[in-house]
Design a protein around this ligand. Sequence first.
Ligand code: NAP
Length: 334
Amino acid sequence: MASNKAAFFDKTGIPLRIGDAPIPQPGPDDIVVKNYAVAINPVDFYQWSTGAMIKNYPAVLGHDVAGEVYDVGSSVTKFKKGDRVAGQAWGFKTGQPQDGAFALYSNIPSKNSASLPESIAFKDAAVLPLAIDTAATGLFLAESLDLPWPEENSKPIEKTIIVYGASSSVGSMAVQLAKAAGARVIGVASKVNADFVKEAGADLALDYRDPNVIEDAVKSIDKSSFVGIYDAIGNEASHKIVVPIFERIGGKSRYATTRATPDNLPKDVSRYRIVGMGEHVFPIWKTFVADALQSGKLKCLPRPEVVGTGLESLQTGVERMGKGVSATKLVIEL
Ligand SMILES: NC(=O)c1ccc[n+]([C@@H]2O[C@H](COP(=O)([O-])OP(=O)(O)OC[C@H]3O[C@@H](n4cnc5c(N)ncnc54)[C@H](OP(=O)(O)O)[C@@H]3O)[C@@H](O)[C@H]2O)c1
């Protein structure tokens, strides 16, 4: 008889508590996943250390799951018990413990999930879901960068974007998805990660610590094809680089950010603050993710660093996340 356990967040300042939890009952459009790997994101450390945006205590944190379907909701036809899947858990939004990722079993929206080929290990797939959703939100919505949604056979398009923070989990996924949509992509990351940024698909990798980075970015862009900047970092450091790039290129363009928007963005630049969770991301899961994983067009990047096994390792992982990572994603195997 299956039984569930979760890593409960009771309050800030104390470690996550491993305790018994009911096996989730799937909502009509949901699936219950028996998790084999979960990934840790910056927001998990942020919530654990501050309590920000926690709706109810005890909470179950976490967004990224990979595992096997254990149960399906009454309206779900896409999956059956035993299927290998990865997807995003929506506990951040619903506030329901059964919807958090940091558990042996999680309830997740079936439309925010994709089948995994046998060739992809759960620990590799766990790096994908939140990054896919956050990248897709900033790239493909009419109000964000408005690129065409990627297809398995997308043709090159006359559009160029800059991905700032291209070695991060979200940034490298933005590089992959923008390339899959046919765009030309200039990635900005540290020099040591230039090869990684190119592996994700960038046509050019620039170093954000190089004093010439702004000039080099502007020179590399044909103004007529420039769409805008996907800023995966969205802080003062990124603003110091993206604002002058917009100023130097001039004209109408677009800015999408995972965090803050600079106050001094030129007025012709539209601005969009990304929320990487919601129904707006369902198209990419419906038409692209599973096939692109199968064909190899979508890669599980950045590569995971497995920091431990079992729910007990989550605390170590969350605290590690607080120290920051470079071109990797912290994963716990269950
Ligand atoms: N709005 C949303 O819905 C949403 C969703 C997901 C994430 N986020 C936020 O988006 C940000 C990125 O998330 P993530 O998971 O992708 O982070 P991550 O992978 O943990 O980010 C680490 C990377 O950030 C890069 N970086 C740090 N400072 C930088 C700077 N000044 N310039 C350029 N790159 C810099 C590092 O690059 P180097 O090692 O190459 O220096 C490193 O590879 C986080 O703040 C996260 O909280 C928001």
